[in-house]
Design a protein around this ligand. Structure first.
Ligand code: HEC
Length: 120
């Protein structure tokens, strides 16, 4: 069981390592949805459906950028608010914990993730 957990952790961490090795050209368009999809699968899919709007652990994220308001907090579903919510996670110990991704993702990875979220 321990070995399996270690293996799963490695698999989850791989995309992050792979990302770090690339050097992005300065004028690259913001965010690569294909890279963002990998990040989503490794980090978010555990708790959020990408193809449904129903709750898994957190709310389903299908159509996130088409929503008027974010499903739980009711904040306007702007890119700024979405980046903030994903970046800061949920520090409230009374609620199921969502990690603060600004401490996990690089700025480039955050751009990739947002580019992918826009396709949902
Ligand atoms: C361990 C489970 C977990 C993981 C992993 C997780 N989330 Fe969440 N997320 C939640 C929960 C639970 C909530 C709702 C509770 C809250 O924060 O109020 C939430 C809330 C959100 C919201 C805000 C909804 C709102 O109404 O404000 C967004 C957007 C979101 N998550 C996106 C993501 C993305 C993108 C990732 C991956 C980078 C991710 N989450 C990873 C559990 C998770």
């Amino acid at each position: 069981m321990k070995k399996l957990a270690a293996l799963l952790f490695l698999l989850a961490a791989l995309p992050a390592f792979a990302q770090g090795e690339k050097t992005a050209p300065a004028n690259e368009a913001k965010g690569d949805p294909a890279a963002g999809r990998k990040l989503y699968k490794a980090h978010c899919a555990l708790c959020h459906f990408a193809d449904a709007a129903i709750v898994k652990v957190g709310p389903g994220l299908k159509g996130l950028f088409q929503m008027k308001k974010l499903p739980l907090t009711g904040l306007l579903a702007t890119e700024e608010n979405i980046r903030k919510r994903v970046g800061e996670g949920n520090p409230d110990p009374q609620k199921p914990l969502m990690p603060a991704y600004k401490e996990i993702f690089t700025a480039k990875e955050m751009d990739d993730l947002v580019a992918y979220l826009k396709t949902l």
